[in-house]
Design a protein around this ligand. Structure first.
Ligand code: SAH
Ligand code: SF4
Length: 379
């Protein structure tokens, strides 16, 4: 492998904010864009053109919009911007994973990760700064929620990734996309920021722009049961559920939202999710925690619970963090567990941890940025 940079390669400091009142056009729905442009006297077909410039071509300057007359472009530039979140750092793992620390106009920050594989690239997008939930094995869960991210900030994460790979305009052949998938698996609980996540993903799925098919988008939830049918109605994307335990007793301690919506209710909502019984499989995430949820009996119970649902299991070796009250199960244990689940008729791949050297793996986001900053101050 070539020499790979693992230190941050881009630093934009200090934060100054945007010292003007121009409105960001990124993050508006098509109708909102049309209405906003109508206010300044632009016809509806202009909204269509500008949409394509922003999301198909990825331009950030109105001057590049060559099918719009110069006076109109100048007027647009006076009133609006096409703005991404600010990239504070970009880190590259030895395994190719890239992680961006992004800063929003109010100074809050969140992280985005791209995990390249042979035939795809999955961009792991955050929905909140921090998280209100307190899953005991997740580092993000030890941080208070700062705020929900806005549609522009959610779509903007994917646009920053596309900038970094130079993947503009949108590839017409889906198979050639480097950034081919979105997983809503970054910081935060997407179903506690439902409207903004829906608005952002609708922009991403629009075929005149970024044009990602719903089949290439996966939304992960810790189990906000009443919102699960709404995901089906509003987006119909792939669903992933952070299960992590087979009894309410254990799940209550790992994923405390289980006390509100226990396993039986969660699985019922999953079974009713559109397509779940047919072609589409729901992914159940299961972090392997030594001595907690990794016995043979747990594996057999997992099969019993999930057999009636068209499901697959992602076994995630626990990613440790300082002070974490858990350890990762041994390799042998994980493979024995996977074998039992596979023999039970469910696909149960063991997810190879990616980007651990830059703290980009599951459950390590944001916490790393804060730790970095404290270390810098101490030096
Ligand atoms: N809040 C949503 C989206 C985050 S997805 C959710 O919880 O589903 C991130 C996935 O990584 C979740 O399945 C989460 O449970 C899991 N995870 C969190 N901390 C982890 C850790 N330390 N090691 C392995 N997986 C972890
Ligand atoms: Fe929040 Fe998900 Fe972490 Fe739980 S696992 S604390 S829901 S980000």
């Amino acid at each position: 492998m070539n020499a790979v940079q693992t230190e941050p390669i881009q630093i934009t400091e200090p934060f100054r904010g945007r010292n003007d009142t121009r409105r960001n056009l990124v993050g508006l729905s098509r109708d909102e864009l049309k209405a906003t442009l109508a206010e300044v006297g632009l016809e509806p077909f202009r909204a269509r053109q500008i949409w394509q410039w922003i999301y198909w071509h990825g331009v950030t300057a109105f001057a590049a919009m060559t099918n719009i007359a110069k006076p109109a472009r100048e007027k647009l530039a006076e009133l609006f911007v096409i703005e991404r979140p600010q990239v504070v750092t970009e880190q590259r793992s030895t395994d190719g994973t890239r992680k961006w620390l992004l800063r929003f106009p109010d100074g809050n920050e969140a992280e985005t990760v791209n995990i390249p594989e042979e035939d795809r690239g999955s961009v792991c997008v955050s929905s909140q700064v921090g998280c209100t939930l307190t899953c005991s094995f997740c580092h993000t869960g030890t941080q208070a929620l700062v705020r929900n991210l806005l549609p522009a900030e959610i779509v903007g994460q994917f646009m920053v990734a596309r900038d970094s790979y130079g993947e503009w305009p949108t590839p017409t052949n889906d198979a050639t996309r480097m950034l081919s998938n979105i997983v809503m698996m970054g910081m935060g609980e997407p179903l506690y920021n439902f409207d903004n996540v829906v608005a952002a993903l609708k922009i991403v799925m629009d075929d005149q722009g970024i044009a990602l098919s719903r089949r290439r988008i996966t939304l992960s939830t810790s189990g906000v049961v009443p919102m699960i049918p709404k995901v089906g109605e509003a987006l119909d994307v792939n669903l992933a559920v952070s299960l992590h335990a087979v009894s309410d007793e254990v799940r209550d301690t790992l994923v405390p939202i289980n006390k509100k919506w226990p396993i039986a209710q969660l699985l019922k909502a999953c079974a009713d999710y559109p397509g779940a019984r047919n072609s589409r499989r729901i992914t159940f995430e299961y972090a392997m925690l030594k001595g907690i949820n990794d016995s043979d009996a747990d594996a057999r119970e997992l099969v019993r619970l999930l057999k009636p649902i068209h499901a697959k299991v992602n076994l995630i070796p626990f990613n440790p963090w300082p002070g974490a009250p858990y350890e990762c199960s041994s390799n042998n244990r994980i493979h024995r567990f996977a074998e039992i689940v596979n023999d039970g008729g469910l696909s149960a791949p063991v997810r190879t941890p990616r980007g651990r050297d830059i703290l980009a793996a599951c459950g390590q986001l944001k916490s790393a940025s804060q730790r970095d900053r404290r270390e810098k101050v101490r030096l």
